[in-house]
Design a protein around this ligand. Structure first.
Ligand code: GDP
Ligand code: MG
Length: 304
């Protein structure tokens, strides 16, 4: 029976790029209606590419959240920028996000040069408009219009969800016709294990200062579901670069680690819909952010 022929489906890859800390991960979570990409007030929270799948009646948007594009020196940061750039040429549409509260860049920034090189349709998202008066947008729009022929310039507040309908509409307009690439009922291709490790990393970003978040990697050692008790038992190791950082993460009488664990467990329980028993260890892996072998083991450098 084909009384109601289906509308043609549009689908494709959309890459979210821009400087660190402008709100890329917040936007992806807002579009998905759930948190899969971790967020913090500190730059360079996102290290890998995170894929979110947004489904509508007649579209599927496969959106890649990337680490920010920034000047990199350390091997870890170089890998992060490489991951962000490698996603540009694969994209059907690029979303280039900026933060309205930051000063305007020079006309030819590295990021805009990367857009030109990729040669894909790109729209500009001016985020955090909840923090400024409307008039502040005009000079920014004018400056960016001169830099690159954006297909659209959209003021948004990722935090409040303002402008998200227009973003979806514009993406829909630009996407090619094609079948869904992923099942309709999964929000991401990331494993629960990966997201769990990311949640722990987010709490370290939120609860420790200075260099500690940047010196931290998290590995989930085991993830065991116990359906009879409706619970999951998760063991994870937090790697830091130095003994002093280990002390900071553990805190006086283990208080900091307990705080990190409690906050992480609460997020995991709402993600998984199960009770979570979380055990955390802290280990020193000397200078791991400069150690290419260790980075490969952690999944950096596998993408080029
Ligand atoms: P990313 O590094 O580009 O992924 O940025 P994040 O999504 O991690 O966000 C960086 C910081 O900006 C976090 O503290 C967010 O809560 C905040 N943020 C993101 N979007 C908005 C927004 O629309 N308005 C405001 N006021 N803050 C935002
Ligand atoms: Mg991010």
């Amino acid at each position: 029976m084909q009384e109601h022929p289906e509308k043609p489906i549009k689908s494709g890859m959309v890459t979210l790029v821009g400087p660190p800390n402008v709100g890329k991960s917040t936007l992806l979570n807002s579009l998905l209606g759930q948190k899969i990409s971790i967020v913090s007030p500190k730059p360079q929270t996102t290290r890998n590419r995170i894929l979110g799948i947004i489904n509508g009646d007649d579209y599927q948007i496969v959106m890649l959240d990337t680490p920010g594009i920034h000047d990199a020196e350390k091997p870890l940061n170089l890998e992060m920028v490489k991951i962000a750039l490698s996603t540009l040429t694969e994209a059907d549409v690029i979303l280039f996000m900026i933060d309205v509260t930051l000063p305007l860049p020079k006309p030819e920034t590295a990021s805009v040069r990367h857009l030109k090189d990729a040669g894909r349709p790109a729209m500009l998202l001016i985020n955090k408009i909840d923090l400024v008066a409307r008039e502040a947008l005009l000079p920014i729009i004018a400056a960016y219009q001169k830099m690159y022929p954006f297909t659209a310039i959209i003021p948004v507040s990722a935090r409040l969800g303002d402008g998200t309908e227009r973003i979806i509409g514009e993406i829909h307009r630009l996407l090619p016709e094609g079948p869904r690439l992923y099942p309709e009922d999964i929000p991401t291709d990331a494993t629960e294990r990966f997201i769990v490790a990311e949640i722990i990393r987010e709490k370290i970003f939120l609860k420790t200062g200075e260099e500690v978040p940047y010196a931290t990697a998290v590995v989930v050692d085991s993830f065991k579901e116990d359906p009879a008790r409706m619970q999951v038992v998760i063991h994870a190791t937090i790697f830091v670069e130095k003994q002093s950082q280990k002390g900071i993460v553990i805190g006086k009488n283990g208080r900091k680690l307990k705080e990190i664990g409690t906050a992480a467990r609460e997020d995991m329980e709402s993600l998984l819909g199960l009770k979570v028993v979380l055990k955390l260890w802290v280990k020193v892996q000397k200078d791991w952010t400069r150690d290419r072998r260790f980075l490969r083991e952690f999944g950096f450098g596998g993408i080029s």
